[in-house]
Ligand binder design. Structure first.
Ligand SMILES: Cc1ncc(COP(=O)(O)O)c(C=O)c1O
Length: 395
C-alpha cells in the first residue's frame, strides 16, 4: 500500500549525514569506550527541584487533559518573559504551548506554508529543518550562510533565493555553528523579509546560552512582531529535553489557528509537565545560568587548547553548546576527518556536511562530556588534525 508523498518525502531518502553518530553508538553498544561529542544533550539531568514540582503536580491530580493552548499560568509566564526580552506587549493570546520546540517548528510551518510554497532555511542548519518544511508539503530551499562571513546570513543571499518563498527559518544562537546573529545581521534579515514579504520563523531554543554578544529576538525589531513566529523550548535552557515542553509566540490570529491545529494533532502538553515548566521559569536566571555553566566553562577550556595550535580555526563560539571547527587545513572533508577520528581515537564528532553544504570542511563538537574528558578529547583532536596536515604536506 502506498503512503502519502508528503510523508515519504520528509527525509528525502539517501544519505542523512548521521553515519558517524550511529557508528559511534554501535561501538558503545559493542562495549567500546567512545567519547561522544555528537548530539545536543546536556550531560546533567533535569534538576531535582523541577522533578519534585512535576511529582507534586501529578500527585495533586494534574494528570488529566490539560488546556489545549497551554495552562493560563504557563502561557502568562512565557508571555511575560518574552515581553521583558523584547519590549513588545505580549499576552497569553500570543502564546501556544507545544510538546517541545520541534513540534513548534512544525506547527509554525503548518500555519504559514501551503503545499507547493517555498520555505527558506539557513544552511548550516539543525538537522530536522528541511524535513520539517517538507513535512507540511512545502519545498525546503537552503540559503547559505558562508564561512567567510562567519556564518552570519546576508540579506542579498536571502532575497536572491526568495522567489516563491513565504517563510524564512533562522536560528540564533545557532546550532550547529555556535554563532550568535548580530544586531546588524538581524536588521538585514528583517529588511529582506519586509522587502520580499516573508514570514520569519525565529528558533530561539538556545537563548539562555550566550557567551559573547547578546541574544536579540527579531520580534523586538521594528514592525517585525506582526510577521515573526518565535519558537522556544524548555529543553536546552532547563535541561528538560525529555519533558517535551516548548512554545510558539506570534500574532494572535496565527496563534488562534495554531490552537485549532493543536486540537487536531497533539491535544496539548501534560499538565504536570507545564506545572514543572512554570516552577522552572519561576526559579529565575540562576537556575538557567547553572545549566549553561558547564558549556561556558568548556568553551573557555577549548579556546585555551585551540590557542596553542594553528591547524584548526574556531568559528566564533558565541553561544549554544557546540563548537564549529574549520579543519580544511588538514585537506580532509569533515566526514573523512570525523570517521578517521572515530577509528583512530574513539572520539565521535559530527561532520559539518551533516548540517548542509555551507559547513563542508568543518566539524561540530558538542561540549557535552565532563570537563577533564572534554579537554583531553579536544587535545587529541588537535594533535590528530596536526598529524593529518603533516601527512598531507608530505604527500
Ligand atoms: C536549533 C534547534 N531547534 C530546535 C530543537 C528542538 O528542541 P526540542 O524539540 O527538544 O525543544 C533543537 C534540538 O536539538 C535544536 O538544536
Amino acid at each position: 500500500m502506498k503512503v502519502s508523498n508528503r510523508i515519504s518525502q520528509i527525509t528525502a531518502g539517501g544519505h542523512d549525514g548521521w553515519d558517524v553518530f550511529y557508528r559511534a553508538r554501535r561501538m558503545v553498544s559493542a562495549g567500546h569506550t567512545v567519547t561522544e561529542l555528537t548530539i545536543g544533550e546536556h550531560d546533567t539531568r533535569t534538576d531535582i527541584s523541577i522533578l519534585r514540582a512535576m511529582d507534586h503536580s501529578a500527585r495533586n491530580g494534574h494528570t488529566g487533559y490539560a488546556m489545549v493552548p497551554g495552562t493560563d499560568q504557563l502561557r502568562d509566564m512565557v508571555a511575560a518573559r518574552t515581553e521583558a526580552q523584547t519590549g513588545v506587549p505580549t499576552t497569553r493570546d500570543n502564546v501556544l504551548i507545544t510538546p517541545g520546540g520541534q513540534s513548534a517548528l512544525f506547527a509554525a510551518h503548518m500555519a504559514l506554508c501551503d503545499p507547493g510554497d517555498v520555505g527558506l532555511y539557513i544552511d548550516p542548519y539543525y538537522a530536522t529543518y528541511p524535513g520539517t518544511i517538507r513535512g507540511v508539503g512545502a519545498h525546503a530551499r537552503p540559503v547559505q550562510a558562508q564561512a567567510k562571513h562567519s556564518f552570519q546570513p546576508r540579506a542579498e543571499d536571502i532575497e536572491a533565493a526568495a522567489d516563491g518563498a513565504v517563510s524564512l527559518l533562522i536560528n540564533s544562537p545557532n546550532n550547529p555553528t555556535g554563532v550568535v546573529y548580530s544586531h546588524e545581521t538581524l536588521e538585514a534579515i528583517a529588511g529582506a523579509c519586509k522587502r520580499r514579504d516573508l514570514w520569519l520563523i525565529s528558533d530561539e531554543v538556545y537563548d539562555t546560552q550566550v557567551w559573547e554578544g547578546e541574544h536579540i529576538s527579531p520580534r523586538a525589531l521594528s514592525d517585525m512582531a506582526e510577521r515573526t513566529l518565535v519558537v522556544g523550548s524548555m529543553s536546552k535552557s532547563h535541561a528538560m529535553t525529555g519533558s517535551r515542553c516548548g512554545w510558539v509566540i506570534g500574532p494572535e490570529e496565527v496563534i488562534a489557528h495554531l490552537i485549532n491545529l493543536a486540537t487536531h494533532t497533539t491535544y496539548g502538553v501534560p499538565g504536570f509537565i507545564q506545572d514543572a515548566a512554570c516552577f522552572a521559569l519561576n526559579a529565575g536566571p540562576e537556575l538557567e545560568a547553572g545549566i549553561a555553566a558547564p558549556f561556558r566553562r568548556r568553551r573557555a577550556l577549548a579556546m585555551e587548547i585551540l590557542s596553542k595550535q594553528n591547524t584548526i580555526t574556531l568559528v566564533p563560539a558565541q553561544g549554544a553548546m557546540y563548537l564549529m571547527l574549520d579543519i580544511r587545513a588538514t585537506g580532509l572533508s569533515g566526514e573523512d576527518f570525523a570517521n578517521a577520528l572515530l577509528d583512530n581515537h574513539a572520539i565521535a564528532v559530527m561532520p559539518g556536511e551533516s548540517f548542509g553544504r555551507a559547513a563542508a570542511g568543518h566539524i561540530r563538537v558538542a561540549m557535552t562530556v565532563e570537563d577533564a574528558r572534554f579537554s583531553q578529547a579536544l587535545q587529541t583532536l588537535c594533535d590528530f588534525a596536526a598529524s593529518q596536515t603533516k601527512h598531507s604536506a608530505a604527500e
